[in-house]
Design a protein. Structure first.
Length: 316
């Protein structure tokens, strides 16, 4: 068993700012939490393997230093360890990326000292994690986890464009520009859904440009898509943004940053602990991709389930 926490740091987060500040950042963190080991990610998905190894080794904590994508990878590694029978280490977060959406739902202020204080306090909360089966880019079925939000439709297109965009003007600007571009490329998906809750099943057909399956409240660098969502209630809040024409959709969507879009009659919200989604209009499958914790990942169909209280997170 490894007794030290492991810091998994993505040096490319925040346009490389995390790597440039790594030495100073780790020095501040050490003053708050004591000794730890450090692993720098070297390639996409590297943090998954690092976190899984930390869970297998019995480390007490894993601290993700990076953006929502880094947190997503670390969570997947911890959940792989959990699925193999290992108790997952407590998750710590030091936000250094483009979006910062998961930490908003946790109520963590975006300041290094606040992140360090939350970890040093030892106070934790148990959060739910979503587990989902999907179709990967090679056409094979696969499984993964998410801790914040999984969306289909426009969100997946936004991810693709954000991945290619400059981050020099900040995450909100990058996401806003990508969102406008994605809207003009978007299509209305005809979704056949099965919503499960407490043993009951409801069949629901939804026409929408974007549907978000929410454990947390925020995505897209501050869009308050699910103000009603809670990280620890054992439920997803599924938000369908509707199928309005593109210009009307854009105008009505501007209220999402304040969470007021849910007052729009075209927007619908549904609570469930499992959702299965098929895409009826097959011809748009490539333009209706998945957005998983801010990362582009695969295509419909999907089968998504809540794993209640699956991880402990330092919350201050």
């Amino acid at each position: 068993m490894s007794s030290k926490p492991l810091v998994i740091l993505n040096p490319h987060s925040g346009g490389g700012r995390a790597g440039a500040a790594a030495e100073e950042l780790c020095a501040v963190l050490e003053r708050h939490v004591g000794a730890f080991d450090v692993a720098l990610t070297e390639r996409p998905r590297h943090a998954v393997g690092l976190a899984e190894a930390a869970a297998i080794a019995g480390r007490p904590a894993v601290i993700a230093v990076g953006g929502d994508g880094t947190i997503h990878e670390v969570v997947n590694g911890l959940m792989l360890g959990r699925a193999a029978g290992h108790r997952p280490p407590t998750l710590g977060i030091v936000g250094q990326g483009t979006g910062g959406d998961f930490r908003k739902s946790l109520g963590l202020e975006h300041r290094l000292d606040r992140y360090c204080e939350a970890i040093a306090s030892g106070r934790t909360r148990s959060v739910d994690v979503g587990r989902f089966a999907y179709t990967n880019d090679d056409g094979a079925r696969a499984e993964a986890w998410f801790v914040n939000i999984l969306s289909v439709g426009m969100g997946g297109l936004v991810d693709r464009y954000v991945a290619r965009a400059s981050r020099s003007l900040g995450g909100t600007v990058a996401y806003l520009g990508a969102s406008v571009r994605a809207l003009w490329q978007s299509e209305v998906g005809e979704l056949a859904c099965q919503l499960h809750r407490g043993g009951t099943v409801e069949a629901l057909d939804l026409a929408t440009r974007s549907l978000a399956i929410c454990n947390g409240q925020y995505f897209g660098s501050g869009m308050h898509v699910a103000p009603m969502a809670r990280l620890d209630d054992g439920l997803f809040d599924v938000v369908s943004m509707g199928a309005a024409p593109k210009l009307r959709f854009l105008l009505s969507s501007l209220s999402i940053y304040k969470g007021k879009h849910v007052d729009n009659p075209a927007v619908s919200v549904h609570a469930c602990d499992r959702i299965v989604i098929e895409l009826a209009n097959e011809g748009i499958r490539d333009r209706f991709p998945l957005d998983v914790d801010g990362e582009p990942l695969g295509l419909l169909p999907i089968d998504v389930r809540v794993e209640p209280s699956a991880l402990a997170v330092f919350s201050g």
